[in-house]
Write a protein that binds this ligand. Sequence first.
Ligand SMILES: Cc1ncc(COP(=O)(O)O)c(C=O)c1O
Length: 413
Amino acid sequence: MALLSKFDDMRAALQALAAGGRNPFDVRFEKILSATEAVLEGRPCLLFGTNNYLGLTFDESCTAASVSSVLAAGTGTTGSRIANGTYGDHVLLEKRIAEFYGKRAAMIFTTGYQANLGLISTLAGRDDHLLIDADSHASIYDACKLSAAEVIRFRHNDAEDLARRLRRLKNHPGNRIIVTEGIFSMLGDSARLREIASVKREMGATLIVDEAHSLGTRGKNGRGVCEDSGVESEVDFVVGTFSKSLGAIGGFAVSDLPDFDLLRIACRPYMFTASLPPAVVGSVTAALSRISTDASLGERVRLNSSKLYRALAQEGFAVGPEPNPIVALKMPDKESAVRFWNRILEQGVYANLALPPATPGSLSLIRCSISAAHSEAQINRALSVMAAVGRELGILNPGPKKTLAQAAERVPA
Ligand SMILES: Cc1ncc(COP(=O)(O)O)c(C=O)c1O
């Protein structure tokens, strides 16, 4: 049997997708013009699918810090944090992240994926129980595979289901570790953290919240949905990424746990990979300082998100459950999603095509991410392109414009 024959179905699916116009897994930006524009297929294109929530990739203080770090310390560390890969600036960034969250300690990782992989798989040992939201990101699922703990999925954002499953563990030994996300990456809905934190308290569990999409975009001080929900003191570990609001790459975990630093010599995805290069550490440190000192970044991304979400709903799109910097459009089926994605791209709007099995509830989605750097004109342009293509494909709610609640309900999640 051919080595890759196990991927025959995948190959056929990819060919079918590419036959719809272009391969969505092979989009190439020929030139990046700014945080919100690129050249694609020889034409300028608006970026509505890059997770550049605060538009900091071209922020002057971030690019300058990155350039001076690379000149001062070189292009890479050529080693792991526990060998030759810890520089003073890694330690400084960890200190800044811990201060930002008001927590005792922080650990930085080379990607956000590795932060979840490392923290979750290291904390959850053989007799422990991992309780994860069913709609969790792949990095959380992969962490479960790497962990020796029992893995239990609870119904998406359902604190009662979580409590029920925890009750069933009553006479079992081991720690109970709950994992959820601040904003969920596909539909853009927020975790019901107040309810989940209250279950955690009642049942004596540990709570990990992945704020990948909510750092900088939610909370008065940018500390995410935990801050917004008033549950920061109940959350044992916050995990996050540098690849979205902070405009670079990398990940982190923060905690008040007294022995947190012990994880540095127990966590394989931290120990057995090279540390972040100086250029990244420099720009992330500057980006964190921007978030800490400029509340208008978060305010702008929330305003822009709400504007686009409401306007798309009013046009008759079936949108995700709430306005957040991820705005999901639920398409009636996979074929419509592929056509919609190709048509808006041809008209200079790039968003993400998200299809099953990568989506919750087997939904076919167009996933938009909104930035504080989007101008009103760019938002209006994206809206008018999407509305025109929606009408052309006949996928908008017919008749009188719907209320937001009706729009969110049109295709059940
Ligand atoms: C919820 C969530 N956690 C973790 C990650 C991984 O982050 P990174 O891409 O920075 O490795 C992502 C990436 O999209 C994500 O959506």
